[in-house]
Design a protein around this ligand. Structure first.
Ligand code: F6R
Length: 245
């Protein structure tokens, strides 16, 4: 895992957005798997500005949602689809049929997850991830196997607690559908984003614990082209991130 560490969140966001624009200009038809949550928002804001300034275009790209909460109304403010539209999709020139959402309202949720998984080939060109305080990536919670496909998952207690803030306290999802660890690791390139002091403890775990199911983000250590982009608050006094064996 490569590490890119920035003194401030603005420098972090400028750099990640520049990298995003460069990647999309180099491969306009890139298949992108994108997260929601709060971490990527400053990056999305800058990428949207680049589209407005005609420095980049999404018109040939494909965007796949990384995950989605189940058991909440389709238009609830904290749904991943609603959050990604609000943060990025509504502000860029991505054709509607190139934006892939996850259907959690289907009668057969497992079949819906399998159908989404089947659309993830060929592999993503770029996957962007945030990290949960418990080490989750997407909704791959602790215990997720390395070869897990896209599937319905029960959320960990702390994920449920944390998700309430996305919904302004109106909903408390207990499950979701997530792109699995297997298709995430198949991505040509992965960027793990982490900012703020609240992410420091889990990044410390990432630096010291062995690769395995208790810390799903640790699987990224075995990916050949993964970069952690962090600000100094999330990665205090640390220039490198070694994997424990
Ligand atoms: C969001 C997602 C989650 C978040 C993680 C961090 O689509 O899959 O894994 O990336 O929970 O959330 P924030 O960025 O809000 O701290």
């Amino acid at each position: 895992m490569m590490i890119a560490r920035f003194p401030t969140i603005d420098e972090w966001a400028d750099h990640v957005a520049d990298q995003f624009v460069a990647l999309l200009n180099a491969k306009p038809n890139a298949r992108l798997c994108l997260p929601t949550g709060n971490t990527p928002l400053p990056v999305y804001e800058r990428v949207a500005a680049a589209v407005r300034d005609r420095r980049v275009s999404f018109c040939e790209a494909e965007v796949f949602l990384l995950d989605e909460f189940g058991g909440v109304p389709a238009d609830a403010a904290g749904r991943c689809d609603v959050m990604l539209r609000r943060g990025l999709i509504d502000h860029v020139d991505l054709p509607e049929d190139r934006y892939h959402r996850i259907d959690t309202h289907a009668g057969d949720v497992d079949a819906s997850a399998r159908a989404y998984d089947a659309r993830l080939h060929p592999a993503f060109d770029l996957t962007i991830l945030g990290i949960g305080a418990n080490g989750h990536i997407g909704m791959n919670e602790p215990g997720a196997p390395v070869d897990s496909p896209t599937r319905r998952v029960d959320l960990a207690q702390e994920t449920m607690d944390g998700a309430e803030r996305y919904f302004g306290g109106t909903h408390r999802p207990t499950w979701g559908i997530t792109v699995g660890v297997k298709p995430l690791l198949a991505s040509r390139e992965v960027w793990l984003l982490a900012t703020g002091v609240s992410k420091a403890p889990v990044l410390q775990r990432l630096a010291t614990e062995p690769v395995g199911p208790p810390l799903p983000a640790s699987y990224l250590h075995v990916h050949p082209n993964c970069t952690l982009f962090a600000d100094a608050a999330a990665l205090p006094g640390r220039a490198t991130l070694e994997v424990a064996t």
